[in-house]
Structures are given as C-alpha cells and as structure tokens.
Design a binder for this molecule. Structure first.
Ligand code: HSE
Length: 305
C-alpha cells in the first residue's frame, strides 16, 4: 500500500440552466490538488491558501473524516491542499477539493469504490460550505464531462461532451458572502407553477439529448431556465447586460454558473469565444463591475497524479 497519494480535480459549472441540482459539467479552467499522506496525528490539514484548516469546516476534511469513520480506518492522515479553483464564484471550488479528497482516500486505502459511492462521499463535503448536500458539482469533478445526478436513489450518469463545445466564463470581482451558496439558495421559490416546471423539464431533457447527440447548438439553445435564474439574477450586478451581450456576440446559451456570481456562455469552436468574453466584460463594466474572463473546455474527472 502506498504511503501517500496526490489527486487533481477540476472545477465545474452546475445547473446548466434548467438542471438545478441535477446537471454538472467539469471545466478545464482551474484545478485543486490534494495530497494525502499516512502521517501525523488524527486528521491534519495543511494549506497556504486562506481556507479553514479544521476538518469539520473544510470540504475535503469532512470527506476524509467521514470516509475514515465509515471504513474504520485508524491511520493518521495529513492532507496538503493546493487550491487552484477560486472560492465563492460558482465554479465548484469546495466540490473540487471534496472530489479530490474522496478519490485520493479511495486510492490510498485501496477501497475500490464505485463512482456512485465516491460521489456520495464527496457530496458530504458540500455541507462545509453550502450547509446542505448537493451532488451536481462533486459528480462533475469526480467523473468529468457532463453529469446527471438523480438523488433518490443516487445515480450518477456521465456523458462525454461534444468535442467542439467551448465555454466562456466571466467571474465578477465582487465581494461574496462567506455563506454565498446558502444565501443564493435562500432566494429560490419553494413552490413553482406547473407550466414553468414543464418548460424547464423540456429544456433539461433537450440538453441531455444535445450532449448525447454531440450537438452544441441544441445544448446552447436549451440553456433556458425560467425558475432559478430569474430568482437569483438580482444577486449579480449587470446580469441581463452580460447575458444579452454574450448572446449578441454569438453565444448559443448563457446562464448563471452554479449558484453564481459567475456567468457562463456556451458556444462552439466555430464561434469567436474571445469576442464573447469581451462582450461579457462590457456587460459587467456597464454595471461598474470588473471581471475576469476565461475560455475553457470540458475536463476529465479527478485523477491520481
Ligand atoms: N446546484 C447548486 C446551486 C450549485 O445552484 O445552488 C451550487 O454550487
């Protein structure tokens, strides 16, 4: 058995519009790296990033604590966390760490867990930041590509994205509250109209078909959410302007990335992603907000390096 293992896991975008808490897509924009080593005393976290170092307050720490308990592993574990994914911007930062931790633990202790079980453990890490478990980001970070999560009972399905799918992500430079995901979940309606459900469900179903048929345009024009996006958009300065600008610049679909505040545009290689990024930057500038834009592609899932 190895004494240490290092795993790299990608960031991700969740929801893709109508797939709230169900869809995720791994992105090759940023990665977290976690090294687990059998040494020290209890569970110790080391990091040079400004993250909580108490295992119960850290998404990766929670995962390792739960897995140690569940598999009755008594070994001391020292975790070294290298954060590459910016935290609090809706691109699955806590999930990348949680996914890397679950995959690393599985490998270090040779548990041979299947992907549903890995995702289930990684999901526990979301408690640390979101206060509730949702599996869309962690599933994408564990498995890579486009994922669909059905929670009850848990089933995670992964589909290879079309090769020509390109994403433009605009990350605004705004201060986000510590418990941002909790806040952005608290503004969501508890009840919805049946006709709204039908519309979102149809769009979500077509997105799945778009991924299966490798049709970027079909995916893009189905990234339409009339339930969650309208309830959250007021939390993002300039949202409407960023969205209309990106669509006018050639994006086929635009929505909030996860719980925000980043905004993601779906496009293909044949469009001009840099032009879409510039259009998104102008949208944020209209609301006197600076942003970082990044052109990226779908990523593979967490892997031992
Ligand atoms: N599906 C979750 C949400 C993702 O939108 O609240 C949070 O990262």
């Amino acid at each position: 058995m190895a004494e240490s293992v290092t795993v790299r896991a990608p960031c991700s975008t969740a929801n893709l519009g109508p797939g709230f808490d169900v869809f995720g897509l791994a992105l090759d924009a940023y990665y977290d790296e976690i090294r687990l080593r059998k040494e020290g005393k209890g569970i110790t976290i080391q990091s040079s990033s400004p993250i909580p170092l108490q295992p119960e307050k850290n998404s990766a720490g929670l995962v390792v604590r739960e897995m140690s308990k569940k598999f009755k592993i008594k070994s001391a574990i020292t975790m070294k966390i290298k954060k590459g994914v910016p935290a609090g911007f809706g691109i699955g930062s806590s999930a990348a760490s949680a996914a890397a931790a679950a995959v690393a633990f599985n490998s270090l202790f040779e548990l041979n867990l299947d992907s549903n079980t890995l995702v289930q453990f990684a999901g526990i890490g979301e408690m640390a930041s979101a206060g509730s478990i949702h599996y869309d980001n962690v599933a994408a970070s564990v498995l890579g590509g486009f994922v669909i999560v059905r929670t009850n009972p848990l089933d995670v399905i992964s589909i290879d994205p079309p090769k020509d799918l390109v994403l433009c992500v605009a990350i605004p430079k705004i201060t986000v509250p510590q418990n941002k995901t909790k806040v952005s979940r608290s503004v969501l309606p508890q009840q919805i109209k049946l006709s709204d459900h039908v519309e979102n469900l149809a769009n979500a179903a077509v997105i799945t078909a778009g991924f299966m048929k490798k049709d970027v345009n079909l995916i893009g024009r189905s990234i339409r959410d009339i339930i969650v996006e309208p309830a959250r958009q007021h939390l993002i300065p300039g949202f409407n302007k960023v969205k209309t600008n990106a669509l006018a610049a050639g994006a086929s679909g635009v929505t909030i990335s996860g719980a925000g505040p980043s905004i993601i545009a779906f496009t293909s290689k044949s469009a001009d992603p840099r032009k879409i990024c510039k259009a998104m930057e102008r949208g944020f500038a209209f609301a006197k907000t600076k942003c970082t834009t990044i052109v990226c592609k779908p990523s593979k899932g967490a892997s031992v390096i």
